[in-house]
Design a protein around this ligand. Sequence first.
Ligand code: ATP
Length: 542
Amino acid sequence: MDMDKLVSLCKRRGFLFQSSEIYGGLNGFWDYGPLGVELKRNIKEAWWQDMVRGHDELSTPAGAPEAYEMTGLDCTIIMHPQVWKVSGHYDLFCDMMVDCKETKKRYRFDQLRGRWVVAKGKRVFITTLAEAEQETEDLEKRALKAFNLRGKDAASLSWEEKSMSLDQVDDLANVFAPEAKEIGTLTEPREFNLMFKTIVGAMGTEEDAAFLRPETAQGIFVNFKNVLDSTRVKVPFGIAQIGKSFRNEITPRNFTFRSREFEQMEIEFFCHPNASRKWYEYWRDRRMKWYTDLGLAGERLVMREHAADELSHYSVGTADIEYAFPFLPEGEFGELEGIAHRGDFDLRSHMEGKLVKNAEGCLEVEMIPVEGKPDKLRPKHRGSGRDLTYRDEVTNEKFVPHVIEPSSGADRATLAFLCEAYHEDQAPDENGELQTRVVMRFHPRIAPIKAAVFPLVKKDGLPEIAQEIYRKLKAKFSAFYDEKGAVGRRYRRQDEAGTPYCITVDGQTLTDGTVTIRDRDTLEQWRVKVADVVEEISKRVM
Ligand code: ATP
C-alpha cells in the first residue's frame, strides 16, 4: 500500500489533519477530522465494550484461569508530582543524549539495548566506527534532502516530507552537517526527560512544577485502594482507563505513529502472584484476538515475546503486538500494544517508595545519603505510606497483587486500521465501465458512518422517503444523507469514507415499498421493505 495515497485520502476526506495547520503545523501533534473522530471513537468504544462494559464477570472466558471482574476509571492528566518520582518516570523516563563535538551529530542511549543510537532518523545501532561512517553518509544524504526541501513546491513533496515541519527541517539540517564524517569527541552525556513539565498555581516556582502524564497507568495504581473500598471487586479484577498521555518525543514521526500527544487504552489487571503467569498468557492472547476480530489479520500482525534481556527490571514477561505499517522498511513491525507482567512493582512502589533491583536481583527501596550526614541513608523518593495490600476474604491471606498490564495506543490502533482498510479495486461506473475505486474496508463496528441514504432523484417524493429512513437510522448510529450529484459518485464518496451500506430510494420504492441496499465490499445489491431497513442494517453493523 502506498502511504502517500493514504495520507492524501486522510486529509481530503477529513480523517486526519496536522494540528494548527494554518500556522505551518506543530511537529508531533495531529487533529482528527469529522470522519477520523468517529473512527477513533468507535475503536475506543469497541475496546471499552469488549474489555469492560460488555465483560461477563459471571462466566470464565475462553483461555482464562477463572471468572473475573472489570471496572473503569477516568483520572486527571496532571497528578501529584511524587507519583512520577516513585514510579521511576522522574529519574528514568528519559533519553540520555550526547553530541559529537566535531560533527554536531546527536546520539541517544537506547536503554533497552544498552547502545548509543543516532537520535534522529531511523534507529541505527552504532557498534563500530565503520558502521558509524556508513550511517553518517546516509544521514548526510538526508540532511541535504532536508536543505533542499525549503523553497520546494509543496505538490512535489512526498508525504514524509510534507509531514516534516519547517522546524524539523532546520533541526535536521543543523544536526547532520554535510561535512560530518565520523564519530569524534563526545560531549558529556546529558538526560532529556520525555515528560512535559508545567506549573500548577500562580506562584510559578520550581516547587509548583508538575508533569503531564506520560502514561495513564499510574492513575489506576494510586486509586487501587479507592476502587477496592468503593466497589465490591475481588482479586482477580481489572481496572481500565482511556485517556490522553504526553511524551516530548525527540523524534516524532511516521504520521500519528509517534506523536507527542496521544491517547492510551490501558488495563491494570490485579491477580494473585501464583496465578500471574497464567493471567499474563490469557491477556496476551486475548488482546491479539481483539485486533484480529476487528480486521487486522494475516502476516501484517505479529506477537513478539521479549527476550529475557529486553525485559524491564520488574517484569517476568512482556509481549508486543506489532503491525507491519507500510511506512516501515520491508520486514519491520511497529508496536501497537505492550502486554507486560509487572509483578508487584507498582503497588509496592506507591507504598514503600521508588524501587530498584539490588545485587541479588530483588526489588528494594532506593536509598541515598542524607545531606550533611553521608553515613545516614534515606529513601530517594518516598512512597505514600498507605497500605495497598489485599486481604482475601475466604483464605484471609494478605498479599500485594501482581499486575498484568495490556497497554495500547488508540492513535496507533486507528492508524493500523486505516492502513489495513485502504484498498483499490475495479468497480463498474454508471455506464457499466470498470473504473479504479478507492475503498476503505473498515470492519462495520469501527466504520465512521454505518449507512448512507440516497434518493435516486430529487423529485417524485423520493427525498421525503429517504429522509424518513435516514432519521430512523440516525437514531441508532451514525448515518449520512446525500441527494447531490450522480448516484455513482455518491457511492464512490461513501466507499472512500468506508461506509459499509448504501440505501437507495428509487422509482420502484413508490410501487412496491422496497429500497436497494448496496454492500461496500461485494457490491452486491438487494431489495428490502422500507419498514425493514433499520433492522437489516442494525444486524450487520452492531
Ligand atoms: P515505543 O517503543 O514505540 O516508543 P513504548 O514501548 O514506549 O513505545 P509504551 O510505553 O509501552 O510504549 O506505551 C504503550 C502504548 O502507547 C504503545 O504500545 C503505543 O501504542 C502507545 N504509544 C506510546 N508512545 C506513543 C507515541 N509517542 N505516539 C503514539 N502512541 C504511543
